[in-house]
Design a binder for this molecule. Structure first.
Ligand SMILES: Cc1cc2nc3c(=O)[nH]c(=O)nc-3n(C[C@H](O)[C@H](O)[C@H](O)COP(=O)(O)OP(=O)(O)OC[C@H]3O[C@@H](n4cnc5c(N)ncnc54)[C@H](O)[C@@H]3O)c2cc1C
Length: 413
């Protein structure tokens, strides 16, 4: 088996991997290798042919492929090395990788690694809806791939379960392709995706969104013929008497994303249960020295612009790590989510530099402030009119405010 040594290896060629590679190369890292299992760069953006990407990063509304192309052009201009059609099969704590391609297996010894493997969708199996097992049930992303990349229409009469962004985008896409989208059903009492997608993908096309409602049974033999839906109580149990039958030949599921962290587990990276990704510090380094993480594999983002921004920092810090240019802090400052906060990222920081704190709230709220405190001392406060679990909140924190700090508590009040 072939065996090679490389300085920086980036796993995954989506927007996170591309931004990390470009930033590392621009920082001056001479040897950057990106490994992508697909035959093209760009990751999930290749199938997102709707616009709305890049409003923050480029102040333009781009399609997914257009956004990706900006980074691919930069990647090519800088001459970054890529192994395409190559999957990383394993990774250990010493940063040894085993990769497989048509040419066979290769062992790679890396000086530093950036994990940017993205995430996959939760499937019908994961949510176990009772009933028959006919064809016609897809994850929203799989349907998007069939329609946008393979020119295959997946159905005519559609029900969508879950009001995440992908589900809403597919409600509009299916309508534009001539299907009848009956309704979007959401088990929670509030929508799972961005407000702009509720307006642009559902309201503008008269597609009803039913909250606190879920699919409780599937019907059909070889092909789906309908679903039973019911209103849900506060314990997510069907309310007796609220059941109704909706005829349909297609059910699209938009019921959550799972960060693809199998390699992180293999490398014994400490995980953060609240995000499903690695626990990281303010340089995006995991618990394993020299292994960094960014993008959707770290935590699920709503905007790709933020993926690129975080990943560029991860790539730059990984390049700095290779030079031995990152001073180790004497101790870490833990960041603890409190009232109203589902998770924070990073989970701990050095206090040596400024950083952006990302967080999500537990429920929709209005006219509140995000507080970041060291005991009774205010470190940062951000007033907000509208707070929603679907929208990541970002708060800039100054490193100079963290002298002698042991713990930062983050709450919404
Ligand atoms: C359907 C959909 C619609 C969206 N719409 C919007 C929108 O309108 N606006 C917006 O801003 N954002 C949107 N997003 C979000 C945005 O696309 C993501 O935040 C972004 O793509 C995440 O980037 P990533 O690089 O972390 O992951 P990905 O894009 O998923 O890339 C991960 C890459 O890693 C590769 N990989 C994984 N494992 C391995 C391995 N073991 N070996 C080699 N390669 C591997 C994969 O093949 C993939 O190419 C949407 C996302 C989806 C799914």
């Amino acid at each position: 088996m072939k065996s090679i040594k490389r300085d920086l290896v980036i796993i995954g060629g989506g927007p996170a991997g591309l931004a990390a590679a470009v930033a590392a190369k621009e920082f001056g890292c001479p040897d950057v290798l990106l490994i992508e299992r697909d035959r093209i760069l760009g990751g999930i953006l290749n199938q997102c042919i709707h616009d709305g990407f890049g409003l923050h990063r480029f102040e333009e509304s781009l399609t997914g492929p257009e956004y990706a192309q900006r980074y691919i052009d930069e990647f090519n201009r800088l001459g970054v090395d890529a192994m395409m059609g190559t999957i990383v099969l394993s990774l250990d704590r010493e940063r040894n990788l085993l990769v497989s391609s048509r040419k066979g297996f290769t062992k790679i010894e890396a000086g530093a690694i950036v994990l940017s493997m993205g995430c996959r969708e939760r499937t019908a199996g994961a949510i176990q809806i009772p009933g028959t097992r006919p064809s016609g049930i897809y994850t929203a992303g799989a349907a998007q791939n069939f329609i946008n990349l393979q020119n295959i229409m997946v159905g005519k009469q559609v029900v969508i379960l879950g009001s995440g962004d992908i589900g809403m985008i597919m409600a509009r896409r299916m309508t534009l392709e001539g299907a009848k989208v009956e309704s979007v059903f959401e088990i929670l009492p509030y929508a799972g995706g961005l407000a702009r997608n509720i307006q642009q993908c559902l309201n503008d096309y008269d597609i009803p969104l039913h909250l606190s409602t879920s699919v409780i049974e599937l019907h059909g033999k070889s092909r789906l013929s309908g679903v039973t839906v019911a209103n849900m109580d506060e314990n997510f149990l069907p309310l007796p008497g609220s059941e109704r039958h909706i005829p349909c030949d297609t059910l699209l599921l938009s019921v959550g994303l799972i960060p693809e962290n199998e390699l992180s587990h293999r490398a014994h990276v400490t995980m953060a249960p609240a995000t499903g990704g690695a626990g990281v510090d303010d340089i995006f380094m995991t618990s394993v020295p020299g292994i960094f993480s960014c993008g959707n594999v770290l935590h699920v983002h709503d905007l790709v612009d933020h993926v690129s921004e975080e990943a560029a920092l991860a790539g730059q810090f990984a390049a700095q790590f290779l030079e031995g240019g990152i001073p180790s802090p004497d101790s870490h400052i833990n960041i603890v989510p409190k009232q109203g906060v589902r998770y924070t990222l990073p989970q701990h920081v050095s206090g040596l530099r400024d950083f952006t704190l990302s967080l999500r709230v537990t429920e929709p709220l209005k006219d509140r402030a995000v507080w970041v405190r060291d005991g009774d001392r205010k470190v940062a406060r951000k007033k907000m009119v509208r707070l929603h679990p679907a929208e990541m909140i970002r708060v800039k924190i100054k490193g100079e405010k963290l002298q002698n700090t042991r713990t930062l508590e983050v709450s919404v009040e």
